[in-house]
Structures are given as C-alpha cells and as structure tokens.
Design a protein around this ligand. Structure first.
Ligand code: IPM
Ligand code: MG
Length: 362
C-alpha cells in the first residue's frame, strides 16, 4: 500500500523519539512491501521560534493532506512563561481540534519484563490491561473562559459538554469494549457537576440502546483514581471527559512502569485515502526537557504509537503486531533505557533501542 504520513517532531525529546519511530515505519515498509511517504511540519515551541505561532497554517494543511500524523511532544522551559500570549500547548490543543480528533485512546498494558519498574507491587499489577478513552476536543479544555478579569483578580474555565460530544466518544469506547472483555466504566463527577450528570445520562442511553452486550458501570473520578492503583485489573475500557482523562492516564501510566512505554491514538470522524480514520499518534510522555538532546530518551512509546498508526489508520494489523512483538522481544532480550532499568542494569540509548527493535522485524 501507499500512505502519506505527516511527522510533527515538536520539542525536547520529540525529534529523537519520532526519529526512531519513523525508521521503524520505513523498515516495516521495506519488509512488508509498503510505500510510506514522510513529511515533517512544525508544531509547538519550535513553530513559535520559526513562525511566531504554535500551529502554523502549513502544519494544519500538511496534516489534512496525510493519511496519518505522528507526533513527538511539545513544550519546554524556553516557552514556559505563563503570561506569554503564545504557548506550545496551544499547538497541540489546536491540531487536535482542527483535525476533529474527539477520542484519545490510551492503552495501558504491562510488559511482564517491566513488572519491577512500577512502584506498585507485582501482585497488584497481575492481569492489567486497560484502555482509557479520553474525550479530547471538548470539556473544560475548550469551554468559555476568562483569562483574568479587568484587574487580573479573577479567572474561570467552563466544563461544557453537549449530547453529541458525549454520544460519539461513548459509542467509540463501547465499540472498543465489544472487541475486548465487554466491560465499560464511565468516569465522571456526577455528585457535583452538572456536565457530569448529562455525561452519565447520555452514556447510559447510548450503551443501553446500542450496546446491550456491553456491561456499563459509572464511577466517580475520585474513586476511579483510587481503584486504579488499588485493583487496576478490574478495569477493561474506561471512558471519560477531557480533564479527568488527562489526569487518570498519567496515573495509569505508572502501572506500566514508565511514561516512556505508553502510546496513544487520537481519532475523529475524518477518513483518509485508505477509508480509515486519519488519526494522530503520539507517546503520552511529554517533551522531557531535562534529558533532551542527550540520546537517552526511551523511544518505545513513540514506536508503539507507530504500531497503533499502522493498525488504526492504515489497517495493517499484522504489521502492527509485528512491531509490538519486536518491542516485547527487545525487552525480553534485556534492552533497557534509563527510565526502565533497575539500578546497576546496563542501559542503552535512544538509537540503540530503535535499532534493536528494527532488527527484530523481519
Ligand atoms: C496530554 C498532555 C496535554 C494535555 C498538555 C501538554 C496540553 O498533558 O496529552 O496528556 O493536557 O492534553
Ligand atoms: Mg497529560
């Protein structure tokens, strides 16, 4: 097959880890006989430096013209001034919105080799396999706001959800649950928030009327945070709003030992030339400015994001599995970047890890 992939390396360790993910995709193309064409564009701090805006029009156009988008990370101390008018994060939120990517899939699966890398006890982690579906283009991230009143003494954000916004993300999550263990947990704060009460009502309606085979439960977000570390294996698919999903997925990433292991896929309604969602794929870790440019970042989350790209946007399930198995294999063979190594264990750098993965894709 032929596919066009736009790459947004971004800031910090973004360019290093997406570099390895692109090399893995190129290698997959050679082994399986596909032609992937890559095009780079600017997003985040690097875009601010070059153009004055975090999301240049050319970047949006390059993403719209692609079959899928691979993203590194945005942000860093250089652009951290909270009073600045332009911030790298605006680029990330802007591209999600511009491409209509309303659902963010964050699978949390444990590689047995990394059991020790988590701060939780191995018996707590047994059987963990959770998919968090986070609403990505609504809620308090995008609601009406005031930055600071006349005299700078007040500010507000609004958590606003509409029925169609809730329906489409719950539908996508329920479908995912059908293909897994059939259990869907909707997370909200319905005991306090009006938007959560609407969320809960709509989620119930969608699942009862369209997915009779899916078991739906509702949990309050504070309790969900607790259950995630008390008994994480009780969860199959979790669906929740933008802010709750942001917080819970950082927590959930610790089940897998390191943020450096977790990929994500953001999907919307737009369809690409293959007839599948034109998704955006990114590791959930940030730009990690403290280790940027040193060649030590873990590229596995970016590589696993590339595997999700093959699966969800290109329909290449066998290729995706091959990449995931190669990642398992490098871990079994003892390859560790610093974030997942035990003290005293030999560590490898970003490139060596990427090369080891490629060598196992034949
Ligand atoms: C994430 C990040 C972003 C978010 C930030 C960088 C704006 O934390 O993708 O989880 O809050 O969505
Ligand atoms: Mg986050």
């Amino acid at each position: 097959m032929k596919a066009r992939i736009t790459v947004l390396p971004g800031d910090g360790i973004g360019p290093e880890v997406t570099g390895e993910a692109v090399k893995v995709l190129e290698h997959v193309g050679q082994v399986f006989g596909h032609e992937f064409e890559f095009k780079e564009a600017l997003l985040g701090g690097c875009a601010i430096d070059a153009t004055g805006t975090a999301l240049p029009d050319e970047t949006v156009a390059a993403c719209r013209a692609a079959d899928a988008v691979l993203l590194g990370a945005v942000g860093g101390p250089k652009w951290d001034d909270p009073t600045a008018k332009v911030r790298p994060e605006q680029g990330l939120l802007g591209i999600r919105k511009a491409l209509g990517l309303f659902a963010n899939l964050r699978p949390v699966k444990l590689f047995p080799e990394l059991l020790h890398a988590s701060t939780l006890r191995p018996e707590t982690l047994a059987g963990v396999d959770v998919l968090v579906v986070r609403e990505l283009t609504g809620g308090v991230y995008f609601g009406p706001r005031e930055e600071a009143g006349e005299d700078g003494s007040r500010a507000y954000d609004t958590m606003l959800y509409t029925r169609p916004e809730i329906e489409r993300v719950v539908r996508l999550a329920a479908k995912a649950a059908q293909g897994r263990r059939g259990q869907l947990t909707s997370v909200d704060k319905a005991n306090v928030l009006a938007s959560s009460r609407l969320w809960r009502r709509v989620a119930t309606e969608v699942v009862e009327s369209e997915f009779p085979d899916v078991r739906l439960e509702h949990i309050l977000v504070d309790a969900a945070a607790m259950h995630l570390i008390r008994q994480p294996s009780r969860f199959d698919v979790i669906v929740t709003g933008n802010l709750f999903g942001d917080i819970l997925t950082d927590e959930a990433s610790m089940l897998a030992g390191s943020m450096g292991m977790l990929p994500s896929a953001s999907l919307g309604e737009d369809v690409n030339s293959v007839g599948l969602p034109r998704g955006l794929y990114e590791p959930i870790h940030g730009s990690a400015p403290d280790i940027a440019g040193q060649g030590v970042a873990n590229p596995l989350a970016a590589i696993l994001s590339a595997a999700m790209l093959l699966r969800h946007s290109l329909g290449l399930e066998q290729e995706a599995k091959t990449v995931e198995e190669a990642v398992s294999a490098v871990l079994s063979d003892g390859y560790r970047t610093a974030d997942i190594a035990r003290s005293g264990e030999r560590t490898v750098g970003t490139e060596e890890m990427g090369t080891a993965v490629r060598e196992r894709i034949r």
